[in-house]
Design a protein. Structure first.
Ligand code: JHZ
Length: 392
């Protein structure tokens, strides 16, 4: 499945960088052996995760509450105390670990991007700026001992050498410890036609089937699963060393569901490809029609996902005047690739007139629409690009 030439999704750029951009051929494929939907080739990790990583997890209050709730659940269920040890892989600005740190539980956040790691450190979170792999895991083990909990949220789809990560997890986790991962789910991506979940940093879109295959290679198994509707629909997996935990009926029925909807067959992905090509044409032609009527169109949210939408649908600054976003790392910059749309502080949204607004952060629809109630009251309209084009 080819998406054409793509920039790195989170590489929001300044005006003087327009001509110096990096592009790669974004092609997705499905492996019939391990059942993983994945990108064929990805840029080098350091090009994506470095001192300028643009995504700050704490920009959403809904996500803050979500991780705080999970931390309480883990502390209770695994009976964590001050002697326990929690490791997070891809800890970003500390949105999850701050809840663990507050309870004075031993912890370590590992993140490859220095800027987000520094934010976490400033919140008092013990953080290591490094890529997690089997070598990092060995170093952590010899310095701190084995972990009771290893958690990785929205990160397992970011790491090319995923085998080294899982091998590292198996080295670092205690015999009776729990590994928890949470990432966008393949089932939900297909259900919602959310092709914008695919970009270089999202090189794998996991399913229960593909995750089970991966962890099975290193003597571990998924014993429980929970699904939620955040970030466009995610699955949370609970993983332990083989035969340490009873496998729940939720896992069995989710396996059956994945088989029923064909997540193990390539034909499913051909259907997805057809559907997203229809969406692609519809979004661009709708914007062109509105522009011909002299309507002012802006965007809300410059998620990594917007890079896929804008570049795949060939939409640029001629169609969308500006995009509003609350990330300090993105404000004042432009969307990457050929789109080059200016990003402005979302606190200017209320004062800036427009007729239509494309909600690129469609996964935060509830939070954003309730924050910006004035927009609909002024008879302006939101354009929701996913799961199907909707004007509300
Ligand atoms: P959002 C991120 O993807 C990055 P992205 C990452 N690659 C990942 O794995 C997934 O999450 C799951 C802005 N915003 O959360 C902030 C407002 O302006 O959909 C963000 O720029 N006002 C690690 O980048 C963007 O929208 C608001 O009120 O696709 C949302 O990005 C809110 C709520 C957000 O993630």
């Amino acid at each position: 499945m080819s998406f054409g030439k793509m920039p790195i999704a989170n590489s929001f750029i300044k005006k003087n960088q327009f001509k110096k951009q990096f592009f790669y051929n974004m092609e997705a494929g499905f492996c019939k052996t391990c059942f993983t939907f994945q990108l064929i080739k990805v840029p080098k990790a350091k090009m994506m995760f470095n001192k300028n990583y643009a995504y700050l997890a704490s920009t959403s209050n809904v996500m803050k509450k979500h991780w705080s709730k999970l931390s309480k659940k883990i502390i209770k269920k695994s009976k964590l105390n001050k002697k326990s040890f929690v490791v997070e892989i891809g800890s970003n600005d500390g949105i999850f670990l701050e809840n663990i740190a507050k309870k004075k539980i031993n912890h370590l956040g590992v993140d490859a991007s220095k800027n987000v790691c520094d934010i976490a450190k400033s919140k008092g979170i013990n953080s290591l700026n490094d890529f997690f792999n089997v070598n990092t895991a060995k170093k952590i083990k010899s310095k701190y001992g084995k972990a009771d909990i290893i958690i990785s949220t929205n990160t397992m789809h970011h790491i090319e050498d995923i085998n080294s990560v899982v091998q590292g997890m198996s080295e670092l986790i205690k015999n009776n410890g729990t590994i928890i991962t949470e990432d966008p789910s393949l089932n939900e991506m297909l259900k919602k036609n959310a092709y914008d979940q695919i970009y270089a940093e999202h090189m794998y879109i996991w399913s229960l089937n593909s995750m089970s295959y991966l962890f099975g290679k290193y003597g571990m198994e998924i014993y429980d699963i929970e699904n939620n509707n955040l970030h466009g629909g995610c699955s949370r997996y609970f993983i332990a060393k083989k035969n340490k935990k009873r496998i729940t009926s939720r896992v069995i029925s989710h396996m059956k569901l994945e088989k029923k909807i064909g997540l193990n067959k390539i034909s499913t992905f051909y259907k997805f490809k057809k559907k997203i090509n229809v969406l692609r044409k519809k979004l661009k032609s709708t914007l062109i029609k509105l522009k011909k009527k002299n309507k002012i169109i802006v965007g809300y949210g410059a998620p990594a996902k917007s890079t896929t939408i804008l570049n795949f649908c060939d939409i640029n600054f001629k169609l969308i005047d500006k995009i509003f976003d609350n990330s300090t790392t993105k404000i004042g910059k432009h969307t990457p690739g050929k789109s080059l749309i200016k990003i402005e502080n979302s606190d200017k949204f209320k004062k800036t007139y427009s007729d239509y607004c494309v909600l690129f952060a469609w996964n935060h629809k509830k939070e954003i629409l309730s924050k910006e109630k004035h927009y609909s009251r002024q008879h302006c309209k939101w354009i929701i690009p996913v799961p199907k084009l909707k004007i509300i």
